[in-house]
Design a protein around this ligand. Structure first.
Ligand SMILES: Nc1nc2c(c(=O)[nH]1)N[C@H]1C(S)=C(S)[C@@H](COP(=O)(O)OP(=O)(O)OC[C@H]3O[C@@H](n4cnc5c(=O)[nH]c(N)nc54)[C@H](O)[C@@H]3O)O[C@H]1N2
Ligand SMILES: Nc1nc2c(c(=O)[nH]1)N[C@H]1C(S)=C(S)[C@@H](COP(=O)(O)OP(=O)(O)OC[C@H]3O[C@@H](n4cnc5c(=O)[nH]c(N)nc54)[C@H](O)[C@@H]3O)O[C@H]1N2
Ligand code: SF4
Ligand SMILES: [Mo]
Length: 701
């Protein structure tokens, strides 16, 4: 803290970075310390609300697990015995280690990994490229990318979100805004007030679903069948866009022939959604346009048929004539600010990357990162070649199937550095840990709607010796002598590079919480495909994907969005594991494993909740609050039983990422979508027993 700040009270204008919703925040600072936070009311459309996580944000920065200094492991890996070292020693050791790994095993032996945070990813990708490794990968190996590849396989571009402001009908397909995107729940209420018709596709009777005009309560993982069922109605009743289909769709006849079998009655049998509701929803969606589908980043693809299920959903956009249409899905926003970096840095692909043999379509579609869901096996089995070092910014082993196995693999690495806000158990296997700055302690460029660009203000100086991730990346590049001009300057120079095409500088953004309009703007227009076609091999919207078809013989991928039912494909003995397991439906107060360590939020759930319908609990003679053991063919975990009437009977819901009982231990390593590599987190099988009962059985055995 500088002399000047002493004794001063200030209100700083930050953007909450606990999740990606980016709520503007007023941060009250006294003597260089944050004393409280509030939602900011200064911005148009902001009412000053924060969710439970945001309201507890002081405990995020001032947390007993906060990492304050660089540290090195002095015990055996896994013991988590760390001692403080200087930044100088940390940088020097990391640079020497990474250069020697490159020298001895080749650059590809080092993996560069980013967890959920997005803001430093382009810089990390640049670091990986300059080092020469094809193995830049992120948490997107279990999030968003599979949804995006499903879309891209049809329309050739990145997923186009719905134009909610101009839609007459909105279908929220696996999207529970009240929990997963709290600020958006306000626009949801606005849509309701405007008389927009709402269809919700969700197994649970959520707050979002309760307010819908039609709620399609399907069984998890059956989304593909439901979408094909809706397409069947739209084609059978001639409610589709003939012009779009005839001129711009590749494979329509094959698609039409395939969906024919998905009559409302047949679809009801698979999905559990009553036939008349399927008819009603298909008619409303097709006739009350423009209509948009509010997607989920991950939920529809957390299944072993995830990509094909989502392809089936995405075809509805073209079929109904809502592709690149106002009120439907615009291919480009009407106006945006042209910034550097995001989506513009290409991955070095001179060599085979991890995941490339297993999931070739991921790379063919293409995606600018490697596929790392099977990282643990790649390390342990030296597939496709020895992997020796890991440079991680936010590695959280709990997010992957069988986290304990991933820990074993991380232990085997010759060198592992983890940069994080907290000293989590994911760092137990690290050689060095580096303290990252929170959003309170750094500035960050944010693009906003309408071509506006903003800056999240740094509210306080970093705690301890924490540094922002990009500064760390820049220094690592320098120490290794890598030639990468964009990383060579200061953090401010890097931010100015991001801003360059907008004609603005960081200095011009300071003090303007509402953002500043870019001097140069990019304008989008509707129906771009009439002029440009689609960026697919056929130049058309591919209802039959020619990219996927290429892998038919070697990998069994279908060009059509075929439906495969997880209950038939997986060979699990249902007499032993009778319940369907759905892990990770978002809770407003938690964010993966990130905020469990905040005392206010941790107190809300003393143990991992195993949520079941009261009728199922009754049949198992389980009372609410009983300690239970959940088993699956993949593993087991413990929690306490919670009765949730809003869940469908037969389905067990558990949130992941909790040390007190880890749901991801139940998911086997091999339970993956063969196209994307995404784990089947949301449609697996399990058994639940009271702990005493399970202990008695184990003792008998
Ligand atoms: N069973 C099950 N598993 C799931 C899911 C599910 O639904 N069910 N969802 C999947 C999905 S969609 C996702 S996105 C993943 C999320 O998985 P992760 O991205 O691994 O999850 P997080 O815990 O949010 O963040 C990772 C780490 O980043 C650190 N971190 C936060 N901010 C910063 C920062 O600014 N700098 C640095 N260096 N570190 C930071 C956090 O402290 C944390 O340790 O989980 C996946 N796993
Ligand atoms: N509070 C909070 N917010 C978050 C996160 C968080 O951890 N906490 N994580 C962020 C991340 S990384 C992501 S990817 C997004 C996810 O955002 P969402 O997809 O909106 O979140 P979910 O709660 O996973 O899923 C939404 C709804 O889908 C339903 N559902 C579950 N399985 C299925 C299925 O098979 N089919 C259908 N149709 N519906 C299903 C669930 O009941 C749930 O109500 O949320 C983000 N926002
Ligand atoms: S929704 Fe909550 S955690 Fe996410 S940015 Fe807003 S206040 Fe922060
Ligand atoms: Mo995600």
């Amino acid at each position: 803290m500088s002399q000047k700040e002493h004794g001063k009270k200030q209100v700083k204008k930050a953007v909450c970075g606990i999740c990606a919703s980016g709520c503007p925040m007023d941060v009250y600072v006294e003597d260089g310390k944050i004393i409280s936070v509030e939602g900011s009311k200064d911005l148009p459309g902001q009412s000053g609300g924060l969710c439970a996580k945001g309201a507890a944000a002081r405990q995020y920065i001032y947390n007993q697990e906060r990492l304050l200094y660089p540290m090195k492991q002095v015990g055996e890996k896994g013991q988590g015995k760390f001692v403080r070292i200087s930044w100088e020693e940390a940088y020097q050791t990391i640079a020497e280690k990474l250069l020697s790994v490159r020298e001895q095993y080749g650059a590809r032996s080092t993996i560069f990994y980013a967890g959920y945070p997005k803001w430093y990813r382009p810089a990390l990708l640049r670091l990986a490229n300059a080092y020469g490794s094809p193995n830049y990968c992120t948490e997107s190996s279990t999030c968003f990318q599979a949804s995006n590849m499903a879309w891209k396989s049809i329309y050739g571009n990145d997923i186009c979100f719905p134009d909610l402001a101009n839609a007459n009908t909105v279908m929220l397909w696996a999207s529970n805004l009240y929990h997963s995107n709290t600020p958006m729940s306000k626009s949801y209420r606005g849509m309701k007030a405007r008389g927009v018709k709402i269809i919700v596709v969700d197994p649970r009777n959520t707050v979002t679903a309760r307010e819908a005009d039609i709620h399609l309560r399907l069984l998890p993982g059956t989304d593909g069948a439901l979408a094909l069922g809706m397409a069947q109605v739209m084609i059978e009743e001639d409610l589709y866009d003939h012009e779009f289909v005839e001129k711009y769709v590749h494979g329509f006849e094959e698609y039409r022939a395939y969906v024919k079998q998905f009559t409302p009655e047949y679809t009801e049998k698979i999905t559990g959604v009553p036939a008349e509701k399927i008819l009603e929803a298909a008619r409303l969606y097709a006739t009350n346009g423009p209509a948009g589908i509010m997607f989920s980043a991950a939920t529809v693809v957390h299944h072993i048929n995830g990509v094909q299920n989502y392809r089936a959903v995405h075809t509805l956009v073209g079929l109904s004539g809502n592709y690149d249409r106002k009120g439907g899905h615009l291919a480009r926003p009407p106006v945006s600010a042209p910034v550097n970096e995001f989506g513009k840095v290409k991955r070095y692909d001179g060599e085979e990357a991890i995941g490339q043999k297993d999931f070739p379509a991921w790379f063919a579609l293409p995606c600018e990162e490697a596929q790392c869901t099977r990282l643990a096996e790649y390390i342990l089995k030296e597939e496709p070649y020895p992997l020796k070092a890991l440079v991680a910014f936010g590695m959280n082993h709990r997010m992957w199937p069988k986290p304990s196995y991933l820990q074993e693999a991380l232990k085997k690495l010759e060198f592992y550095v983890n940069v994080d806000l907290f000293l989590s158990d994911s760092s137990d296997m690290a050689d060095i840990v580096l303290p990252a700055a929170t959003f309170f302690e750094r500035e960050e460029i944010r693009t906003m709607r309408g071509g506006m660009v903003g800056l999240s203000e740094a509210a306080v100086c970093p705690c301890g010796e924490a540094k922002n991730d990009i500064e760390i990346i820049q220094e690592l590049a320098r120490r290794m002598g890598l030639s990468e001009p964009v990383l060579s300057g200061t953090y401010e120079e890097y931010m100015n590079y991001i801003l360059k095409p907008t004609g603005l500088s960081v200095e011009e953004l300071r003090g303007h919480q509402g953002g500043v309009q870019a001097k140069h703007l990019v304008f989008g227009t509707e129906k771009s495909y009439e002029r440009e076609g689609f960026a697919t091999p056929t130049g058309k919207a591919e209802f039959v994907s020619t990219v996927l078809e290429k892998y038919k013989d070697a990998y069994g991928y279908d060009g059509l969005p075929v439906y495969r039912d997880f209950r038939e494909v997986s060979e699990v003995d249902r007499t032993v594991y009778p319940w369907i397991l759905n892990t990770g439906s978002r809770k407003p107060q938690y964010f993966h494993a990130r905020v469990n360590r905040l005392p206010w939020l941790a107190a809300l759930e003393p143990a991992t909740l195993v949520e079941m319908h009261p009728s199922d609990m009754e049949s198992l003679q389980i009372q609410e609050g009983d300690r239970v053991v959940v088993t699956s063919p993949g593993g087991s975990m413990e929690g306490i039983a919670a009765a949730v009437r809003n869940n469908l009977p037969g389905i067990v819901h558990i949130y992941h990422g909790n040390k007190k009982g880890e749901a991801n231990e139940l998911i086997p390593l091999t339970y993956l979508d063969p196209i994307s590599g995404f784990p089947g987190y949301k449609s697996y099988f399990c058994n639940v027993r009271r702990k005493e009962e399970e202990d008695a059985i184990s003792t008998e055995i």
